[in-house]
Ligand binder design. Sequence first.
Ligand SMILES: Nc1ncnc2c1ncn2[C@@H]1O[C@H](COP(=O)(O)OP(=O)(O)O)[C@@H](O)[C@H]1O
Ligand SMILES: [Mg+2]
Length: 298
Amino acid sequence: MAKPETVSETNLVNLKLIHRGKVRDVYEVNQSQLLLVATDRISAFDCVMPNQVPRKGEVLTQISAFWFEKLKEITANHLITTDFEKMPDEVQQNTELKGRSTLVKRTKVFPVECVVRGYLEGSGWKDYQATGEICGHKLPVGLKQCEKLPEPIFTPATKAATGHDENIDENRFAEIIGEENAHILKDRTLKIYKTASEYALSKGIIIADTKFEFGLDEDGHILLIDEVLTPDSSRFWSVETYSPGKAQPSFDKQFVREYLETLDWNKQPPAPELPAEIVQATTSRYLEAYKLLTGKEL
Ligand SMILES: Nc1ncnc2c1ncn2[C@@H]1O[C@H](COP(=O)(O)OP(=O)(O)O)[C@@H](O)[C@H]1O
Ligand SMILES: [Mg+2]
């Protein structure tokens, strides 16, 4: 059988599905390992689209792997391998997983989202407009939408099982995970962002904000987990088109969003079908993001 062009959902018979996210399917491999499978699903306006984007799962998998390697001096991480040939037989039996799977160390996840913002957009922009601050950070008056902040700020959030994550201040953050962990996670989040955003900027990509997750491994070490610094977990903008004072084109999803805005759709599921040219253009954007960041063709 030819390899399918896209994967919308995986249903492995020999591994236990423990979670299905908007994009990724998570399986238990054994007590100490998980398999993160990036499908080609795409969401926009918080809705999963009916069509898939060829190569998206592969790109997301490889972008995270790239960052784990690049950032390994700054933070330990959960990555075991993305090399399919090195995975356990139970995984390799499912050939549709090749290229889109990450074998990771299973951790006890800290129930918080470690968000860092270098620019003012999204819920940060909303909070700023309402209160002049974000998560307890007082900001200068008169900042424009998408403007670069004087300093990147740590703006944690709760991990809501359903609905939207809620922004919290650092006191609440420390109450949830403990003072010591709070200090480490904040410090690491800011360090990772600083290194990664400076690197990305040198390659033409602004990482306006991003979200990290951390977990504890069997030995009590704090690991960076989940996906990292992908266009799905971050706002990527092109340096070339950046201009504050309005919303920025999204590096990866702009064609999808612009198309959806032309429709009379209320942004509630079910989402409408995307035309082939929008899907193709989106694949190209993901491949371009990979190439800009890594300097390699996928
Ligand atoms: N090493 C790990 N150990 C335990 N859980 C992990 C690990 N890495 C990622 N996860 C969990 O996997 C889940 C991925 O699901 P989700 O974020 O809902 O998917 P998506 O990003 O596709 O919407 C998250 O709940 C995340 O905390
Ligand atoms: Mg996620």
